[in-house]
Design a protein around this ligand. Structure first.
Ligand code: PLP
Length: 354
């Protein structure tokens, strides 16, 4: 039986996407060839890449606005350094909201001065710093829109003069934003878009070409743009499955439609966390994420009871990250409202047992 998959990443994908992907692995478009045995320079694959890029820009509302979409490799972790390689000349501002922000800061420091404009480390990253000031003379400000591990999410983005860069790995395509406020967005595919192996980068072309250092070809956004994301062999399977997921999202009605469902899922789970005395939330209420809900048992002695209950209910991937402990329910786009209902039922049962 298919599990209710609350895994933080890689994670749940739409069933119909998995089915179509498995068919393409056997035979792409009745060509007599598998998706993963054709040339990436073949028309069949070039069409896939073009469609994936176009869908990404269309869903984000960024078509014809000077942006380019790239499907790169190396994960969001490589973007931590590529962003700095391509954009950091003197100094950059970083908002430190958790493990992933810290990793991006570490890489940026290799290229220039990093100004930490705010940090929530003092409370183990259970909130989003607010009211911070951003120096005017920075090359860019880097934010992490959703903190996958701690379960916090930026709801309001600062309006600043400098270019805005955002790691959206765990909430891209999940909620409607004015995406044109960002100059560079990146996201590892494996949280809300597809399998691990590719990273979507959406970049406004006019922020590039301003640093004085020489950039190795594979790390240069301009090189990837000039080669239509095919400078070297792209991760064909990951790009294909991402394309299918973006098609699924478009057919569903796009980001505004999925946002409505995501809001329902989050409301259902958070109201259970708030009202059920057996549980307490980790992240501050006003900053909590609609993608990753972090919570704990009020009485840790009931851990074995709760773990047995959710596993019996067919739930997968509920354990919290080691730096937070407790539980984390990841509710990415492809997780159904019904799966959240199953988790909430198990939590209510804990209340009766507690
Ligand atoms: C998972 C994650 C990453 C790391 O992604 P990789 O593709 O494994 O490098 C970076 N940032 C955020 C916000 C994430 O959730």
């Amino acid at each position: 039986m298919k599990k209710h998959n609350f895994s933080a990443g890689p994670c749940v994908l739409p069933q119909e996407v998995l089915l179509k992907a498995s068919e393409a692995v056997m035979d792409l478009n009745e060509s007599g060839l598998s998706l993963i045995e054709i040339s990436h320079r073949s028309k069949d694959f070039i069409d896939v890449m073009e469609k994936a890029k176009a869908l990404a820009l269309e869903l984000l509302g960024l078509e014809g606005k000077g942006y380019q979409a790239l499907f790169l490799q190396g994960g969001a972790s490589l973007e931590f350094l590529m962003v700095a390689y391509n954009l950091l000349e003197n100094k950059a501002g970083y908002l430190n909201t958790g493990t992933w922000s810290e990793k991006s800061i570490k890489e940026a420091k290799l290229f220039g001065e990093v100004i930490e404009v705010g940090s929530s480390k003092d409370e183990n990253f259970n909130y989003i710093p607010k009211g911070f000031t951003v120096p005017e003379d920075i090359d860019y400000l880097h934010l992490t829109s959703n903190n996958t591990i701690f379960g916090t999410q930026i709801k309001k983005f600062p309006s600043i003069k400098a270019p805005l860069v955002c790691d959206m790995s765990s909430d891209i395509f999940s909620r409607q934003l004015d995406f044109s406020q960002f100059d560079l967005i990146y996201a590892g595919a494996q949280k809300n878009m597809g399998p691990a192996g590719t990273t979507l980068v959406v970049v406004k072309e006019d922020v590039l070409g301003k640093v004085s250092r020489k950039i190795p070809s594979m790390l240069d956004y301009k090189v990837h743009i000039s080669k239509d994301s095919m400078f070297n062999t792209p991760p064909v399977f990951a790009v294909y499955v991402s394309m299918l997921t973006l098609e699924w999202l478009k057919d569903l009605g796009g980001i505004s439609a999925i946002e409505e469902i995501n809001n329902k899922k989050a409301q259902l789970l958070y109201s259970e966390i708030d009202l059920n005395p057996a549980f307490k939330g980790f992240a501050k209420v006003e900053d909590r994420s609609n993608m990753n809900a972090t919570f704990n048992l009020t009485d840790d002695k009931l851990k074995d009871t709760f773990d047995a209950l959710w596993k019996d209910a067919g739930i997968n991937g509920l354990n919290g990250h080691r730096s937070v402990g407790g539980y984390r329910a990841s509710m990415y786009n492809a997780l159904s409202l019904e799966s959240v209902g199953v988790l909430v039922d198990v939590m209510s049962e804990m209340e009766r047992k507690g």
